[in-house]
Design a binder for this molecule. Structure first.
Ligand code: PAF
Length: 284
């Protein structure tokens, strides 16, 4: 039986009860609209921790004024069915006014990590993410928190936040889960119409093309970026946001692929913006 906790005090009480019983707590922060990607995080959390709580909270702070906060898919019944199936111990599902009774004045700045890649077209987004994740860590005090590699920049920012601000939580990053045709699972995939759903596979195709180039010995990052850009931008109906080769940890541009790199892409399909990435280690 999965308990639904909708207030911070109920969530804290639940956390204290589990902790005093000597149990370790795994947290999977989500915005709901659960899919196989989330389920893989739940399963990982169940393996590692005695009890698992998922938060379902569409965080207004991480949406820009013209973004999809109002339309973001919300379906608690569907999410609860999956939570029960996956034997989650609890769901933390607060209202926005519970999390933000007043507009927050004190927030967490992700520094330069928030200004790169997705931060360019989504100013303030990662500050909103870091702030809500810090609040969730403070409220639920998990031993381990689980995030998906699909949101690579978010994962790096959360890891750095936990290190830099000394949160006593281990951060575990779990692999991307893909549809059979390669499209990375995302709650926003459900916005895609049939034509855009087909086009959306171009992100994975671009990553695979770049991976093959690097494996074949190409080391010039600009060349690799150009190839990815071409694959995406030449697909009719797709608007490229970025296609970059960056250092896996610092997310800074690299000119030569000498070590582990993150290939990161983002594009718009109609009004839907999707991202994807791949970590590649050059051979030899
Ligand atoms: O990845 C998400 O779903 C969100 O950014 C997160 C981590 C739950 C914070 O709102």
């Amino acid at each position: 039986m999965t308990v639904v906790l909708s207030t911070i005090s109920a969530a804290r009480q639940w956390m204290r009860t589990e902790r005093s019983a000597g149990k370790t707590i795994g947290l999977v922060p989500t915005m709901g609209a659960l899919h196989e990607g989330h389920l893989s995080l739940f399963r990982q959390a169940r393996q590692r921790c005695d009890c698992v709580i998922a938060s379902i909270f569409v965080n207004p702070l991480q949406f820009g004024p013209t973004e999809d906060y109002d339309h973001y898919p919300r379906n608690l019944d569907h999410d609860m069915t999956l939570a029960e199936q996956e034997k989650l111990n609890a769901i933390f599902h607060p209202e926005a006014r519970e999390m933000y009774p007043q507009p927050p004045q004190i927030t967490v700045s992700p520094g330069r990590f928030g200004e790169l890649l997705c931060g360019v077209s989504r100013p303030g987004h990662f500050q909103g993410v870091a702030t809500v994740v810090a609040k969730l860590f403070n409220i639920l005090q998990p031993n381990v928190a689980f995030f998906g590699q699909k949101d690579a920049q978010q994962a790096i920012i959360v890891q750095r936040m936990a290190q830099d601000l000394n949160f006593p939580v281990a951060i575990e990053i779990c692999p991307i889960v893909r549809e059979p045709d390669g499209l990375a699972m995302s709650s926003r995939n459900q916005y895609l119409n049939a034509a855009d759903r087909v086009r959306a596979t171009v992100l994975y195709q671009a990553l695979r093309r770049a991976e093959r180039l690097i494996r074949s010995g190409v080391r010039d990052a600009i060349q690799v970026e150009r190839e990815m850009q071409e694959v995406i931008a030449t697909t009719p109906g797709v608007e490229l946001d970025y296609a970059r080769v960056v250092d896996r940890q610092s997310l800074q541009d690299v000119s030569e692929v000498t070590g582990e790199v993150l290939l990161a892409v983002a594009a718009r399909f109609g009004r839907t913006r999707l991202i994807d990435n791949m970590i590649v280690v050059p051979e030899g």
